[in-house]
Design a binder for this molecule. Structure first.
Ligand SMILES: *[C@@H]1O[C@H](CO)[C@@H](O)[C@H](O)[C@H]1NC(C)=O
Ligand SMILES: *[C@@H]1O[C@H](CO)[C@@H](O)[C@H](O)[C@H]1NC(C)=O
Ligand SMILES: *[C@@H]1O[C@H](CO)[C@@H](O)[C@H](O)[C@H]1NC(C)=O
Length: 471
């Protein structure tokens, strides 16, 4: 069934509009430019303060907020000369042998560059030390919870729970030793479980404990410590009143390639593990779930050896997929999907597939969540060229909508440290939607003109004080 639905999406993908319209490219571009003109006029008009009550205040305060978040910060990176010797524990990158690069240097735990990107505990973000750093995000620094321990919520996602007016951050607890299962395997840690942290302001996080634990004794269980649990995400089902968690379940060699499901009556667990499956009978590795405004939820997962993504609606209880599935971004080899919606358009950030090594992010957009999805280019702004080509040395995991700040989001990413996975860091940055996209002409020949998704590099940033995060 998935095959039939999928092949339709494939044929769309392999049928570039450019070819169909090649004979009339001239007139098409004329139409396009007039369209751009129109849109710019409409855009400028919308910037002129309108006389409607309340409109001006909201509009201008939003503008001043995003102006601050959209400041472009440059970074001068000092690159030490390449050294002959590398640490024997330095992580080898997958794929064909490439010249020694900045990314290798970054992954080599004995390098100066490595230390720069993983600063020690002295500079940790500490909610108990308020003062001048209060409410500031420092991407890449250690981040402590209210008890003073480093937050363990990797590959995570955030649920805003309307019932308790609280944010819950779920992620992989990786607080164990990093090792290789065998000589050719990737660095791993045993399954400890899914951590949950709660917060009212998205900055000060209280540890709610492990809400889904690894299984110590039963070796055939999906959650046996020797297996893999990655990218847990939780959504609330309004009909059943249950919190539903989906996650990537795998064996140490990543051959099981399944999606697991767990449920709880409370956002802080404990979650009951139900089962894993291969959705639509396909491999499923990196994944996320997305709950739409109408209460319908979707599973998005990397499949076919990570060469494409699949998307399909969940059943009404969110505990299974339905028979409907579309293949998207076919042949593009994307993973780590993070999906969000703004003004009726769906957006997604993905990464390339290079194991623990960072790579270039891409932003995608779609009118309908089931596709077709168009690729809009690299959303990263600021830093420097290397920062932008490595997603600021991190990998996407989630995009948090901010109530009361339309068009502004938090981009959540993981700066993996394969030599010591528990010490991987969080890179949170402001993400905004607006302006004209870089690469909008894939197969809709310019209709519609998507808004650009931008992730702005900041060494240090915060939201404006006046913004109340739970309103
Ligand atoms: C071990 O896990 C499997 C799979 O979940 C289950 O079927 C089996 O009953 C479990 N065995 C024990 C002894 O709990
Ligand atoms: C993983 O692969 C290695 C080497 O191919 C093999 O020895 C090991 O048994 C495999 N482990 C699992 C859990 O499949
Ligand atoms: C999920 O749905 C499929 C049919 O779409 C069915 O074959 C499968 O048994 C269901 N899985 C569970 C765990 O209910």
């Amino acid at each position: 069934m998935g095959e039939t639905a999928g092949s339709r999406a494939v044929s769309l993908n392999s049928h570039p509009a450019a070819r169909t319209f090649s004979g009339t490219r001239c007139s098409v571009s004329l139409v396009l430019w007039s369209l751009v003109g129109c849109i710019l006029m409409v855009h400028f008009y919308s910037l002129i303060p309108q006389k409607d009550k309340g409109e001006i205040r909201i509009g201008s305060s939003h503008l001043s907020v995003t102006r601050e978040l959209e400041e472009v910060e440059e970074e001068n990176l000092y690159l030490p000369p390449p050294r002959g010797k590398r640490s024997p524990r330095a992580v080898k990158r997958r794929g064909p042998r490439k010249p020694y690069s900045v990314v290798d240097e970054f992954l080599d735990e004995s390098s100066e560059l490595h230390a720069l990107f993983f600063p020690d505990r002295k500079s940790a973000i500490d909610p108990n030390k308020r003062g001048k750093d209060s409410m500031y995000y420092y991407p890449g620094r250690l981040w402590l919870d209210t008890e003073g321990n480093p937050i363990q919520a990797h590959g995570g996602g955030i649920l805003f729970d309307w019932r308790t007016e609280t944010y819950y951050w779920y992620g992989e607890n990786k607080d164990g030793p990093t090792y290789q299962a065998h000589r050719r395997a990737a660095a791993r840690i045993d399954i400890i479980g899914v951590s949950c942290y709660s917060s009212k302001d998205l900055w000060e996080w209280t540890n709610e404990g492990i809400v889904l634990s690894g299984e110590g004794t039963n070796a055939t269980h999906d959650l046996h410590v020797s297996n893999v649990l990655e990218r847990p995400k939780v959504i609330y089902n309004d009909k059943s009143g249950q919190y539903v968690m989906w996650m990537h379940i795998d064996d140490a060699n990543y051959t099981k390639a399944s999606a697991g499901v767990a449920v709880s009556d409370s956002p802080t667990g404990p979650f009951t593990y139900l089962y894993s499956m291969r959705p639509h009978d396909f491999e499923s590795r990196d994944m996320t779930i997305f709950k739409d405004d109408d209460g319908k939820a979707y599973l998005i997962y990397s499949s076919e050896d990570n060469s494409e993504l699949h998307i399909g609606p969940l059943t009404d209880d969110y505990l299974n997929v339905t028979r409907v599935m579309r293949r998207i971004l076919v042949g593009r080899h994307r993973e780590a999907p993070a999906l969000f919606k703004y003004e009726g358009t769906y957006y997604m950030i993905t990464s390339g597939c290079t194991g623990w090594a960072p790579n270039r992010a891409l932003a995608h957009a779609a009118e309908s969540i089931m596709g077709p999805w168009e690729t809009m280019g690299n959303p990263c702004v600021g830093g420097n060229k290397i920062f932008r080509s490595t997603t600021f040395f991190a990998q996407s995991t989630f995009v948090v909508p901010l109530p009361g700040l339309p068009g502004s989001f938090i981009f959540m990413a993981d700066r993996w440290k394969p030599a010591e996975l528990r010490d991987s860091r969080y890179v949170w940055l402001p993400l905004t939607v607006g302006g004209v996209a870089d690469e909008p002409l894939e197969y809709n020949f310019g209709f519609p003109l998507w808004s650009r998704v931008s992730i702005y590099w900041h060494r240090r940033w915060r939201f404006p004080e006046e913004w109340q995060r739970t309103t």
